[in-house]
Design a binder for this molecule. Structure first.
Ligand code: ADP
Length: 399
């Protein structure tokens, strides 16, 4: 079996999977692992190999140390890179700016190009580069491929990509709407046409990626024409801990009137807002329990979340003109039948009719609208690691 090692390197953690690129989205990966608390006294590594968990705690000095320890643990369990065939290492990279639309074979020049994009993703890209450098040093004979979260949206039409601010400032600072979760939106958008029996080129669709982070895209003939995230993943929907759209005046107000620093405001809007900001929890399972127990805050958080989501569904229906499919994916989208029903309630006049029984069922990729619904509604599980593995295997095999 030929596998791809998929690496998602964050500032204090490394998530990884060893994936069969020919697997289906619902399959459990051969290996999944997490190196946590890098740089702290209390480092931790958790690995699952074919469902069997192995764990270890020790201080982990840096990314190099973390990946070395993880590889040693894999080796000790018969799943190391010399024991199983790894044909590529696929790196999830957050920001590809306008430089990268497609996955790319990583060489020194590519690393420098990713470094040049650090001002656009000051927390994420440096951690991604750390991961690339360490992995290339430890696994020098395997092709390394970069897959960009922004890539799918790189050719958004100018009307959707442009912020209406001073054009010179925007150009100089590279301020535009980049979009994120691109790997997931593309993965879902490419599967829907088969499921509804239409060619991709003729399919108009709305993809709702509703995880802890959340975004919507409008895709015409396989090409995105709009998406809700912008310069950063903060724009758009209400999310687990992020505010999504707010009046930029709120930032000036917090700075001038509340005396908050820019870092404090950044933290408030990214980590202390969204559903958590209103209700105190960001997990939708807890949110529903709180609502059942009568919490007004939880109900308000849910209502604000659904209201924003419906606002974008409406906007993208108009942008597309005709909508063949609306697809729910990621943690909330795949599991929360109540949120799906509320997001699409009372849209019969627009040709969207959910089938209550089908919506309540659990399962793999499926249609949950009525047979006579002009717009098909679907649930399709996303699997970003598998998508990265597929793209990386393609490039490695062609390389
Ligand atoms: P991430 O954006 O971190 O990749 P996921 O796509 O895994 O997140 O989504 C995680 C979120 O999915 C959780 O915070 C929770 O709100 C939601 N979720 C997961 N399972 C369920 C469920 N059974 N019912 C409702 N919401 C769920």
């Amino acid at each position: 079996m030929a596998y791809v090692l998929v690496l998602n390197s964050g500032s204090s953690s490394i998530k990884f999977q060893i994936v069969d690129p020919t697997a289906s989205a619902a399959d459990t990966p051969f290996v999944s692992g997490l190196v946590e608390q890098i740089g702290e006294p209390s480092g931790h590594i958790k690995i699952k190999i074919e469902g069997r968990a192995v764990e270890s705690s020790m201080p982990i000095r840096d990314h190099r140390g973390g990946l070395q320890l993880a590889i040693a643990m894999l080796d000790a369990n018969g799943a190391g890179p010399t024991q199983v065939e790894i044909i590529a290492v696929g790196h999830r990279i957050v920001h590809g700016g306008q430089t990268f639309s497609e996955p790319v074979l990583i060489d020194d020049t590519v690393v420098e190009q990713i470094r040049d994009l650090i001002p656009l993703a000051p927390l994420h890209n440096p951690a991604n580069i750390d991961g690339i450098e360490v992995a290339r040093a430890l696994l020098p004979n395997i092709p390394h491929i970069g897959v960009f979260d922004t890539g799918f949206f790189n050719h958004l039409p100018a009307n959707a990509a442009t912020y209406a601010i001073d054009a010179e400032v925007a150009k100089e600072q590279k301020i535009r709407r980049y979009g994120f979760h691109g790997t997931s939106h593309e993965f879902i958008a490419s599967q829907v046409p088969d499921l509804i029996g239409k060619p991709l080129e003729e399919t108009n669709q709305i993809v709702l990626h509703l995880g802890n982070g959340a975004s919507v895209s409008a895709v015409r003939g396989g090409q995105p024409i709009d998406t809700t995230m912008g310069l950063t993943p903060l724009e758009g929907l209400v999310m687990g801990t992020r505010s999504g759209d707010i009046d930029p005046g709120v930032i000036f107000h917090l700075y001038r009137q509340a005396g908050m620093s820019i870092d404090e405001i950044d933290n408030l809007l990214n980590r202390g807002s969204g559903v958590k900001g209103i209700a105190g929890v960001n997990d939708f399972r807890e949110l529903h329990t709180m609502i059942e127990e009568g919490s007004a805050e939880a109900k308000l958080a849910y209502d604000v979340y659904i209201h924003r989501l419906r606002r974008y569904i409406g906007a993208y229906m108009i942008a597309l003109g005709r909508v063949d499919a609306i697809t729910f994916t990621a943690g909330v989208g795949e599991n929360d039948s109540q949120a799906r029903a509320d997001a699409l309630a009372n849209l019969e006049g627009f040709g969207v009719k959910l089938d209550e029984a089908k919506n309540a069922e659990r399962g793999d990729a499926r249609i949950i609208s009525t047979d006579d619904s002009a717009t098909k509604v679907l649930v399709v599980p996303t699997n970003e690691e598998l998508a990265i593995a597929q793209k990386s295997a393609q490039i490695a095999q062609g390389a």
